[in-house]
Write a protein that binds this ligand. Structure first.
Ligand code: ZN
Ligand code: ZN
Length: 128
């Protein structure tokens, strides 16, 4: 019981605005820094429990299901093709409203732009 609570805490702490939505594998890699014996099956189970509890929402970005904070992930995301990370972008209601033709009311959207993130871009520059 004690052990499960600790695991859940470590997994829940991986999710933040800065981290962006994370895949189960990314959560596993992050959580293991705090809890080296953590298994992938536990991460799956805990992430599902957090979705059921309403803390996380699944978002498909770059062909992978990732999980973001339920209250916060209603905004566009940036997907980096190189490091396979998703980043939260600031939401801009003016832009989203303009995407929908006249007469259409936007209630939800899942907008993803992709390319390379700043750290992957600077890695490229160094190599060339
Ligand atoms: Zn987000
Ligand atoms: Zn990147």
């Amino acid at each position: 019981m004690q052990r499960n609570t600790k695991q859940r805490e470590v997994i829940a702490a991986c999710f933040s605005d800065e981290a962006g939505p994370l895949s189960v594998y990314q959560v596993h890699a992050l959580a293991r820094e705090q809890y080296p014996s953590l298994g992938i099956a536990t991460v799956y189970r805990t992430v599902n429990a957090l979705v059921e509890a309403g803390m996380l929402v699944p978002v498909v970005i770059g062909g992978t299901t990732r999980y973001g904070l339920a209250q916060k992930c209603h905004h566009p995301h940036f997907y980096c093709n190189k490091c396979d990370h998703a980043f939260c972008l600031e939401s801009n209601p003016a832009v989203t409203t303009r995407l929908a033709p006249k007469g259409f009311v936007v209630s939800e959207y899942n907008l993803v732009v992709s390319g390379t993130c700043p750290s992957c871009t600077s890695e490229n520059r160094r190599r060339h």
